[in-house]
Design a protein around this ligand. Structure first.
Ligand code: URA
Length: 213
């Protein structure tokens, strides 16, 4: 099966992990993507945020959340009183999955499937171990399921301070998990719902911010 495990160097720091992740072939997503998008930010951050997977801009630039969703996220973090510079930001899946648009050069994001999410988990597990944040924020269902298991439902569990499970399924990890919607959901929302969805994102991020007080 797909597995990034054999590509993860033992005893490496974040720098070594990032270099190794650039050559990951643990699942087929590397074939079409431009590059691996590893986590970035403050490597001793007290808050670590997990998205789904890089989008078009992230794939081109090699950094997470630098596209439109990142704009929403940065603004929401600011409103919640969180300095984005003080966080570490990464994704559940490290390669962009897409299909070409019928016409033109646009690339349409495709949700990663369970096999790819599972395959990529060793990278996230190492990021969590090395950054050792006090608070982990799951942005959307994919991040929530990756960190909490397939029974996770954003609608039910968002905005709550939950004990962070160990990523290897061995029981409780250290730290607190707060889940919220994915910032892309705000962008996709219709005019009627957008403001309320954004406010909900900010409210959930405030729950995470308060844990660090
Ligand atoms: N959406 C994500 O989940 N992650 C990114 O890095 C960008 C968009």
């Amino acid at each position: 099966g797909y597995d990034a495990g054999p590509y993860v160097p033992e005893g490496a720091g974040l720098r070594g992990l990032r270099d190794a992740a650039a050559g990951c072939r643990g699942c087929p997503l590397y074939r079409e993507a431009t590059q691996t998008v590893f986590g970035t930010g403050d490597t001793s951050a007290r808050m670590l945020l997990v998205g789904e997977q890089p989008g078009d801009q992230e794939d081109r630039q090699g950094r997470p959340f630098v596209g439109p969703a990142g704009g929403v996220l940065d603004r929401a973090l600011g409103e919640a009183g969180i300095d984005p510079e003080g966080t570490y930001v990464t994704n559940a899946v490290k390669h962009f999955k897409f299909e070409p648009a019928r016409r033109g050069k646009r690339r349409i994001h495709k949700a990663p499937d369970l096999k790819e999410i599972r395959a990529c988990k060793p990278w996230l597990a190492e990021e969590l171990r090395l950054v050792a944040p006090e608070v982990v924020v799951a942005l959307g269902a994919t991040a929530g399921k990756t960190l909490f298991g397939s029974s996770f439902r954003v609608g039910k569990q968002r905005g709550l301070a939950l004990p962070l499970p160990a990523l290897d399924g061995s029981g409780e990890g250290e730290g607190t998990l707060v889940a919220t919607i994915h910032p892309s959901a705000v962008l996709r929302a219709g005019d009627e719902e957008r403001a309320a969805m954004y406010a909900g994102l900010v409210a959930d991020l405030k729950v995470a911010a308060r844990l660090l007080c």
